[in-house]
Write a protein that binds this ligand. Structure first.
Ligand code: GLP
Length: 537
């Protein structure tokens, strides 16, 4: 099998037209097998263009279409005969009597099937069969089944195909449930086959074929038994896909990505009732996704201390302490899986998004302070996998007590939770201030910044103290690592003028950047790490 991968569907169409043009010029009375669907439309347009330009003639060409709905009359706008007339035949110099489509309104449809096969035979058989493929792997209308028919036959359509083809009708109810199609035996008799496969929807079908499997569940895989097949596909259909999962205390985010970006995203509420429940939830969703997409590797991002061997040593928001999450998902989903601390994964995602090559640190300001370090193009984990805990760097010796057992940790002075506490305290001490009006029970970072925006001096003072605390930490980090850039993540970093610009001003000499991936950083970073580890072998 020959495989050619192109950047997009337009390039596939033009290459397919080149192949057809070459074949027609070599054998002007060639017998072509033709498909319908949206995939070949670009190629048909290109052939019409070349024909109008006098570059190509279909005068002697004979065509046989793969299939037709049943029952349907040829002049029905949804029939494949009408499709071929309007998408190809009307714009080329082919003789109408040389074009063949099964008659979907034949009085005896079984008779029609036999007649159609005989007509192909009489024409000398098909020289070049062009094919598209359904997302469930059907070719023509040969649907996945335990048995596949050989000759042209009447067949039922699967619900998946009805839904996929509904776009050509006013509703799914209008799609005929039956069709006449050339059988696999007929298709395989063609002397050569050209398969066109474009779009992410076709990824799984294409990869089933490329994996070399032969199964009636994926009719397209039968082409693995044909001696002369050329596959033209675009990157969306071809490129390897990776699944990034970011498991948070509130929600789990899943993203399917390829080299060009995210092609599918899904989010669900985290079931934290037990490790078993949560693993089952993740496994079920992963299985659903891997049914739709062929995933080369999975990357999981999760809070907690994750040792170099993947053991979850410490975790507060999820029930995974001591659980082998990576091994479980890898076993149950059957795809190589990696696991990374969420702050590291987010740092990696932002590092990749920044396009910078130099060393980078990321601080995520939230309930605590998450952080990640990228040195020499790799996440720096330290000797036990626990490096980059800047939130627990001591900035106030003997200071406030921290949940980690130490005193005076950076996050006890510079997290957003602390900022809100300080604002609430200042509001209580200054009940007549503008700030007091904003810091009710449900107040959050945004309420605080609204008070700052109103010019409240009390809020200003709280913000000044907060920025000084952050500056202390960031400058210490800079002295140790001398990074190229420091990325600030968390909702607060979106307060551009009122917060981020002031922090940058305070930390002159440090290239501070706002995070750009928002809440998806961990998921995207995890998927990218999976991609890298997969290609590193
Ligand atoms: C229909 C046709 C197939 C075609 C498939 C894919 O079901 N019977 O021959 O390959 O659709 O269509 P599309 O190219 O629109 O994805």
């Amino acid at each position: 099998m020959k495989l050619e991968v192109f950047a997009n569907a337009a390039e596939v169409a033009s290459r397919a037209a080149d192949i057809l043009e070459g074949r027609i010029k070599t054998k002007p009375d060639i017998v072509l097998g033709l498909p319908t669907g949206s995939t070949p439309v670009g190629m048909y347009r290109e052939l019409q263009r070349r024909c109008s330009a006098g570059q190509l003639s279909f005068e002697q060409v004979r065509t046989f279409n793969l299939d037709e709905y049943y029952p349907v009359s040829p002049d029905n706008e949804c029939s494949y005969r009408y499709f071929m007339d309007t998408n190809l035949f009307c714009g080329i110099d082919i003789k109408r009597e040389n074009t063949h489509v099964p008659a979907g309104n034949a009085p005896d449809i079984y008779e029609e099937c036999l007649r159609y096969d005989a007509a192909i035979e009489q024409a000398g058989g098909i020289d070049l069969q062009v094919l598209g493929v359904g997302r469930n792997g059907h070719i023509g209308f040969n649907e996945p089944d335990s048995r596949l028919a050989s000759g042209t036959h009447l067949t039922g359509l699967t619900e998946d195909t009805v839904q996929a083809n509904a776009r050509f009708f006013s509703s799914a109810d209008e799609v005929p449930r039956q069709a006449v199609t050339m059988g696999l035996g007929g298709i395989m008799k063609a002397r050569s086959i050209l398969l066109l496969c474009t779009g992410k929807e076709k990824h799984r079908a294409l990869h089933k074929l490329l994996e070399g499997e032969i199964s009636t569940d994926w009719p397209v895989t039968m082409l693995n038994m044909h001696p002369d097949v050329t596959v033209l596909c675009d990157r969306d259909a071809y490129e390897k896909l990776y699944l990034g999962i970011d498991v948070g205390g509130m929600s789990i985010k899943y993203g399917v990505v390829n080299q060009s970006g995210m092609i599918y995203r899904f989010e669900e509420t985290t079931d934290r009732s037990s490790a078993e429940q949560l693993l089952e939830q993740m496994t079920n969703t992963c299985r659903r996704i891997t049914k739709q997409y062929t995933i080369a590797a999975v990357g999981i991002s999760m809070p907690g201390r994750i040792a170099l061997d993947g053991t979850v040593n410490r975790q507060s928001n999820l029930p995974f302490k001591g659980v082998d999450v990576r091994g479980y998902i890898e076993r149950e989903v059957g795809v190589p899986t990696t696991l990374e601390n969420d702050a590291n994964a987010a740092a990696w995602g932002e590092y990749m998004a920044s396009g910078e090559k130099g060393d980078m640190l990321m601080l995520t300001l939230g309930t605590g302070i998450g952080s990640g370090i990228v040195i020499n193009g790799r996440i720096y984990r330290g000797s036990h996998g626990h490096a980059g805990e800047f939130g627990h760097m001591i900035t106030h010796s003997g200071g406030r007590e921290c949940g980690c057992g130490q005193r005076g940790c950076f996050e006890k002075y510079a997290s957003v939770a602390v900022l809100i506490d300080s604002a609430q305290q200042a509001a209580a001490e200054n009940p007549d201030s503008i700030l007091a009006g904003y810091m009710g029970d449900k107040a959050n970072g945004r309420s605080f910044f609204e008070a700052v925006a109103q010019g409240c001096p009390v809020a200003e003072k709280v913000l000044d103290t907060y920025i000084t605390e952050l500056k202390t930490g960031i400058e210490s980090i800079k002295s140790i690592f001398d990074p190229k850039l420091v990325v600030i993540g968390g909702g607060i970093s979106e307060q551009k003028d009122i917060f981020f610009a002031r922090l940058s001003e305070a930390c002159r000499g440090v290239d501070l950047r706002q995070a750009v991936l928002g809440n998806d950083a961990g998921m995207i970073g995890a998927a990218d790490l999976a991609m890298r580890r997969c290609s590193d072998g």
